[in-house]
Design a protein around this ligand. Structure first.
Ligand code: ARG
Length: 456
C-alpha cells in the first residue's frame, strides 16, 4: 500500500503497525473541517504564487466533491488511508489528477490536524454553550415557579436554616454561569490559527496567514511555528471546563437523588426521566441522575488522560498528540447527552411542598433565637451558648423548641424577654435575610432577575 511518506522506505509496515498508527477510525469526525481547511489553503497557495487560480479552482471543486462523498456516506475508504487527511488527499488526486498533489505544498499534517481540530472544537464550544444556556433557562424557570417555597437548608447534610426551593435551585445555576465564562475563554484560546506552521519551522511560501485566519473564522494566528503544531492547551482547557460542568451536574444529581428518595420525598421525577427495576415492581430509579453523577468520572478521566499524554513531550509535533482527539470527542458526546437530559428533567420535575414542610422543624430557627439576643445587646458568642442550652433543655424534655414557654427560656437567661418565642416563624426567618444573596422574597427576586440577565 503506497503511503504519503513511502518514498524512503524499502518495505511496507507490519499490518498491526498500520492499525496501531491509524487515526482514521476516530478522526473521520474532522472530515468537514479538513475540507474547509484545505480549500482555504488552496486559495492561500494562489496568493503565494504556488497555484494558478485555475488550479486552485480545480482543487477546491474536487475537495467539494470529496466532502460531499464523505457527508453522504458514499466515500470509499482504502486500507492505506491512515487518517482523514491522507484519505481526503488520496481521493482528491483520484478526482482531479496530478494537480491534487500540489495541495500539500508548504503544509504538513502537523499544522493541518491542529487546524482541523481547533475548527471542530470551535463548533463544539458553540453547541455546548447553547445547551448550557438552555439548561440554565430550565433552572431559572424552575426556580421562578417556586421562588419562595420554604424548605430546610443543609450543611453537612444536617438541618441548618430555612431556605427556599428557588434559592436552592439558583445555587446550582450560578456555577453554570462560571462554566459559560470558561467555555467562552476556551473558544477564544481555540480561535488561534496554527496553519502556516508547516511541520515545525513555518512554511517557506509567502502565505497570507491573516487572510487564512479570516477565511476560516479564526480570531488570531499563532506566533511561533513550533508552538503552533504542539499546542494542545485549548483541548485541555476544554476538557477542564467540561469536567467542571460535569462535576457541577454531578453534585446537583446527588442532591436530587437524595431529594427523590422515600426518606426526603421533596421531589418526584417524571416517568420520562426515571427507570424501573427488572425485579422489584415498585421501583422507580433515578438512573438519569446516577449516570450523570457516574459519567463525571469519565470526564475527569479524559482530562487527566490528555494532561498525562502531554506531560514531558518535547515541543513541536510528536505522534503522542494523536491521542488528543478521542478524549475530546468522548467528553463532547457525553456532555451533549447529559445537558439536555438534565434540562428536561427539571422541566418535568414535580415538587412536594408538603414533604418539605414536614421537615421544617423548629431547630432550624435556633440561629434566629440567637440573633434575637444579639439584637438585645448580648454578644453573639454568649447568645450562641445560651441558645445551645435552650436546645438541650428541649431535647432533654423530648419536645420541639417551639413547645418551650417564655418562662422556660427565662430559666436559662433573663435576656429572653417579650417576643422571644415569636422568632419561631419560618417566614419571618426567611424575610429577615433581606441582604443581597439572601432568602427574603425581595432578595430572591433580585437574584432571579440577575440570573435571567446572565442567560445568553
Ligand atoms: N493523524 C495524525 C494526528 O492525528 C495527523 C498528524 C500526523 N503527523 C505526522 N507527522 N505523522 O495527529
Amino acid at each position: 500500500m503506497s503511503k504519503l511518506w513511502g518514498g524512503r522506505f524499502a518495505k511496507g509496515t507490519d499490518a498491526l503497525v498500520d492499525e496501531f498508527n491509524a487515526s482514521l477510525p476516530f478522526d473521520q469526525r474532522l472530515a468537514a473541517q479538513d475540507i474547509l481547511g484545505s480549500q482555504a489553503w488552496a486559495r492561500g497557495l494562489v496568493g503565494a504564487g504556488v497555484l494558478t487560480s485555475a488550479e486552485a479552482d480545480t482543487i477546491i471543486a474536487g475537495l467539494q466533491q470529496v466532502g460531499d462523498e464523505l457527508a453522504n456516506g458514499r466515500f470509499q475508504f482504502e486500507p492505506g488511508d491512515e487518517d482523514i487527511h491522507t484519505a481526503v488527499e488520496r481521493r482528491l488526486t483520484e478526482i482531479v489528477g496530478a494537480v491534487g498533489g500540489k495541495l500539500h505544498t508548504g503544509r504538513s499534517r502537523n499544522d493541518q490536524v491542529a487546524t482541523d481540530f481547533r475548527l471542530w472544537l470551535l463548533e463544539a464550544c458553540d453547541q455546548l454553550a447553547e445547551m448550557l444556556a438552555d439548561l440554565q433557562t430550565a433552572l431559572v424557570e424552575n426556580a421562578e415557579a417556586n421562588l419562595n417555597l420554604p424548605m430546610p437548608g443543609y450543611t453537612h447534610l444536617q438541618h441548618a436554616q430555612p431556605i427556599t426551593w428557588g434559592h436552592w435551585v439558583l445555587s446550582h445555576f450560578w456555577p453554570l454561569v462560571r462554566d459559560q465564562e470558561r467555555l467562552a475563554q476556551v473558544r477564544q484560546r481555540t480561535a488561534v490559527l496554527p496553519l502556516g506552521s508547516g511541520a515545525l519551522a513555518g512554511t517557506a511560501f509567502p502565505i497570507d496567514r491573516q487572510a487564512l485566519a479570516a477565511a476560516l473564522g479564526f480570531a488570531a494566528i499563532s506566533q511561533n511555528s513550533l508552538d503552533g503544531v504542539s499546542d494542545r492547551d485549548f483541548a485541555t482547557d476544554f476538557l477542564y471546563t467540561a469536567t467542571m460542568i460535569g462535576l457541577h451536574l454531578s453534585r446537583l444529581s446527588e442532591h436530587l437523588i437524595l431529594f427523590s428518595s422515600s426518606e426526603f420525598g421533596f421531589v418526584r421525577l417524571d416517568d420520562g426521566y426515571s427507570t424501573g427495576s427488572s425485579l422489584m415492581p415498585q421501583k422507580k430509579n433515578p438512573d438519569t441522575l446516577e449516570l450523570t453523577r457516574g459519567k463525571s468520572g469519565r470526564l475527569l478521566g479524559n482530562l487527566v488522560g490528555l494532561l498525562t499524554t502531554l506531560k514531558g513531550l518535547p515541543s513541536s509535533y510528536d505522534k503522542d498528540l494523536q491521542e488528543d482527539k478521542e478524549p475530546v470527542f468522548d467528553t463532547f458526546d457525553t456532555l451533549s447527552l447529559i445537558m439536555p437530559i438534565m434540562a428536561g428533567l427539571f422541566r418535568t420535575l414535580t415538587l412536594r411542598p408538603e414533604r418539605m414542610a414536614q421537615q421544617l422543624e423548629p431547630n432550624l430557627l435556633a440561629t434566629d433565637l440567637a440573633d434575637y439576643l444579639v439584637k438585645r445587646g448580648v454578644p453573639f458568642r454568649q447568645a450562641h451558648h445560651l441558645v445551645g442550652e435552650v436546645v438541650q433543655l428541649a431535647e432533654n424534655r423530648g419536645v420541639p423548641l417551639t413547645a418551650l414557654t417564655q418562662a422556660d427560656l427565662q430559666s436559662i437567661s433573663e435576656e429572653f424577654g417579650e417576643g422571644a418565642t415569636a422568632v419561631f416563624d419560618i417566614k419571618a426567618s426567611l424575610s429577615n435575610r433581606a441582604i443581597i444573596g439572601g432568602t427574603s422574597p425581595e432578595a430572591l427576586q433580585i437574584q432571579l432577575n440577575a440570573a435571567r440577565q446572565q442567560i445568553t
